[in-house]
Design a protein around this ligand. Structure first.
Ligand SMILES: [Ca+2]
Ligand SMILES: [Ca+2]
Ligand SMILES: [Ca+2]
Ligand SMILES: [Ca+2]
Length: 773
């Protein structure tokens, strides 16, 4: 999702919080899966029970199909409402088979009536019988002509649009389309037996010890010639990359959304982007693995194949994290058709609009903090049940180890309709309920979930970097912005040595103030949303309006803090090495983006969300420079893994904790002296050194020293003490003179430099890494 910047939003949030403007907590949510919603076989497979929530529906019927398209339903049943607003019915499988000819996988959807469209016996599919209004004063938008996907369906048959059926108005309400029966077109849920595939043994590694790799499951292998053609771009293909990622030093793969999204039509125009969405941040259903990403697209195939992929990663010691989108849905916001405002209905909105969505105060429209459709009503206990139940399904049945929540501050909203108010502490928010019901992994490792939030959204009060609740790690946008500015915007975006040091040392100002730890800071330079690492250092501005396959894409931030380094390719590669080194040497949890290890570029497109194209898929034929950068990345990742001093459990101290004469963390000017306040606070100082006392961490190096020269010219550094009786040895210098496959020395092959007082000339925009022994 687009990333906004801290402006008045942060101040507003502080003011609201200070004056206690938070709503009373709603009733505590039920435990996981307490209401057993969805479609489920009984233990013997002889009955199916359908259960669906709606607070205001007056009638719900389930329609059962032998095939998802091309034929009318075989039979329908009216459900019975219970006191908790669950509509349910249990049907006999033998009757379905023998009387109604439902012999294979059963596909289903719901039709719902309510106060704005009561049921009448004269209603038939495609009629207006009973119609009162598209929406009533309470915000209900029932329309029995729209077949609705069960929010608890385990798999979907297809996307709302598919090749040969690309008219999205069939789902619309409003005067022109409210009587169009969407049944022949709509996605259907599959009634499936409980998935029992093995997902292996979950790693228990502390999150601070992870190296995250954000990647699109399709893009990972779609263009990989080493993967069998039928598996390319699928869960099965991704599973074959576990060994590669392990060798790169990746310990957690974080997939862009794999929950069902509209992508069946991406190839209708094979050389254009009209209507396409590649990233998939428009979720159709929170339980269903996207069918298009499966090599086995038969009913149950995506679920089984996803489980098998998880097992392959677990077998390689790699966690599987999912990017999930609970701030809005793919059902979309208001749109204009023929001059009239219309809303599409194919799931939540047609079942219970005011429960599942945040609405404007008059309940007549969507309330939108996301820029891509109405907010999901995350403060409502029933809407929260769906969040929690689906996350638990991915965690427990599909084996997922952690989740990154898109635009997560929408999940900290304490207001259901007509406003947005973030609270870190309100126990009734979705953020707090999630970690209460599915506790975060302990900081030192063990069983638990790695919870990551993108701590911003769009609009006032949503920028909350450093302010998610306990239990949550965060994409540290301040880390990204500070390092980018320092490397790319000298003279334009002032960065003091003090600001840089705070970010490199784990951002104690953001996560230490509320009891969290360095590992809660997910440090990153780039993500899917924005430039690739290569383009960050090779592009002065976005260039999104390119011809296929590099565009055209709309949108994209204009605040990229990027720079082409004057156009010299060698300087661009050096900047990438220095940035990658800063990332892998910082306290916190580093995240890189898939393909960055080979300097993947998309020619300055910074919003390629719609490019399901060869330009956006990873490439697997690196040239010599790309191979060298991959070696650089993997060896530095291995260095990080080998040195616990780089992965502190708590924030570094300047004190000498073991009396060996070295502070746990000490900062230095190039002269080898401690920076004074004047040095720390002057953005005209562009060089900084730091030393970590390895003996306080059980580190194989008695000390680690890093010198960073952000200045354009060479800087002479005077090395500090390596400790009594020790010498400094060079692991790497990111400067161009050292470029090549051996730029990071193997352990034991580091060049000896000398002891305290040794001079070292560090080239402009370079970084030096030393170990003492
Ligand atoms: Ca799909
Ligand atoms: Ca296309
Ligand atoms: Ca904080
Ligand atoms: Ca010490």
């Amino acid at each position: 999702m687009p990333r906004p910047r801290p402006v008045l939003a942060l101040l507003l949030a502080a003011v609201l919080s200070a004056v206690g403007l938070t709503a009373a907590a709603p009733p505590a949510g039920a435990a996981v899966d307490a209401r057993a919603l969805g479609a489920r076989y009984d233990a013997t497979g002889s009955t199916i029970t359908f259960r669906v929530h709606s607070a205001a529906a007056t009638r719900i019927a389930v329609y059962l199909y032998a095939a998802p398209t091309g034929a009318a339903e075989k039979v329908s049943y009216v459900l019975t409402r219970d006191a908790s607003a669950v509509f349910g019915v249990t049907v006999d499988v033998a009757t379905l088979r023998d009387t109604h000819g439902l012999t294979g996988t059963i596909w289903y959807g719901y039709r719902a009536w309510g106060p704005n469209w009561p049921w009448t016996s004269t209603w038939t599919k495609g009629s207006s019988a009973g119609f009162v209004a598209d929406v009533d004063a309470a915000g209900n938008r029932f329309n029995p002509n729209k077949l609705l996907v069960d929010p608890y369906a385990r798999e979907l048959s297809h996307d709302p649009l598919r090749p040969g059926a690309t008219d999205d108005t069939v789902y619309a309400s409003g005067p022109a389309h409210r009587t169009v029966d969407s049944g022949p077109y709509a996605p259907k849920g599959a009634v499936l037996a409980v998935a029992t595939g093995a997902t292996g043994v979950k790693p228990t590694r502390a999150f601070k010890d992870d190296v995250l790799y954000e990647v699109h499951v399709r893009g990972l292998t779609r263009d990989d010639p080493s993967v069998p053609a039928a598996w390319r771009g699928t869960y099965r293909g991704a599973a074959t990359k576990a060994g590669y990622l392990a060798s790169l030093g990746v310990t957690a793969v974080e997939f862009l959304p794999v929950q069902e999204t509209q992508n069946d039509t991406n190839d209708v125009d094979p050389t254009g982007t009209a209507g396409d969405n590649y990233w998939g941040y428009m979720t159709l259903n929170w339980f269903a693995p996207d069918r298009r990403y499966a090599a086995d697209r038969s009913p149950g195939g995506p679920t089984r194949e996803f489980q098998t992929m998880v097992k392959a990663f677990h077998d390689a010691g790699i966690k599987v994290l999912l990017d999930v989108v609970y701030n809005h849905t793919g059902e979309g916001g208001a749109r204009t058709i023929g001059g009239a405002t219309a809303y599409d209905l194919w799931s939540w909105r047609g079942l219970d609009n005011p429960t599942y969505y945040s609405l404007t105060a008059d309940r007549q429209a969507s309330y939108d903090n996301t820029g891509v459709g109405g907010n999901y009503n995350t403060y409502h206990p029933v809407a929260q049940d769906l969040i929690v139940d689906s996350l638990a399904y991915w965690k427990d049945t599909l084996g997922v180890d952690g989740f990154r929540h898109d635009l997560a501050t929408v999940l900290g909203n304490t207001c259901q309709h007509g406003c947005y108010r973030y609270s870190r502490t309100d126990p009734g928010t979705a953020l707090n309920r999630i970690v209460r019901e599915m506790p975060a992994r302990p900081a030192g490792g063990g069983a638990g979930v790695d919870w990551i939030g993108e701590p911003w959204a769009i609009g006032a009060g949503t920028y909350q970097v450093g302010n998610l609740p306990a239990g949550w790690s965060e994409w540290n946008g301040q880390y990204r912005d500070t390092v980018r500015s320092d490397q790319n915007r000298m003279g334009y975006d002032p960065v003091t040595p003090g600001q840089l040091a705070t970010r490199l040392a784990g951002s104690a100002d953001l996560y230490g103030d509320d009891g969290r730890r360095p590992g809660n800071s997910v440090n990153f330079l780039v993500a899917h949303d924005g430039f690739t690492l290569r383009d960050l250092y090779a592009c002065n501005a976005k260039n999104n309006n390119q011809p296929w396959p590099y565009g055209p894409s709309d949108g994209g931030s204009d605040d990229n803090r990027s720079w082409d380094q004057g156009g010299a390719a060698a300087d661009q590669r050096r900047a990438a090495r220095t940035g990658q080194a800063l990332l892998l040497l910082s306290a916190g949890t580093p995240m890189m983006t898939g393909g960055d290890e080979v300097l993947r570029g998309v020619r300055c497109n910074n919003n390629p969300y719609n490019l399901d194209s060869s330009a956006n898929w990873l490439t697997w034929n690196p040239d010599a420079n790309q191979s060298a950068f991959r070696a650089f990345t993997s060896r530095l990742a291995a260095f990080r893994a080998a040195h616990p001093a780089l992965r502190p459990a708590t924030f570094y101290s300047s004190a000498d904790g073991n009396g060996n004469g070295l502070g746990q963390l000490a900062w230095f000017t190039p002269a080898g002296t401690a920076p004074d306040a004047g040095y720390w606070n002057d953005p005209n100082n562009h060089a900084l050194g730091w030393r970590i006392d390895g003996t306080e961490f059980g580190d194989p190096a008695s000390a680690i020293y890093v010198a960073y020269n952000g200045w354009s010219g060479d800087v002479g550094f005077t090395l500090p003490s390596p400790g009594a009786g020790r010498q400094w040895y060079r692991v790497t210098d990111t400067s161009t003179w050292a470029e090549g496959p051996e730029q990071v020395a193997r352990p034991g092959a580091e060049a000896a430099l000398g002891g305290q007082g040794t001079g070292y000339l560090l080239r402009g925009r370079g970084l030096l890494l030393l170990v003492a022994r």
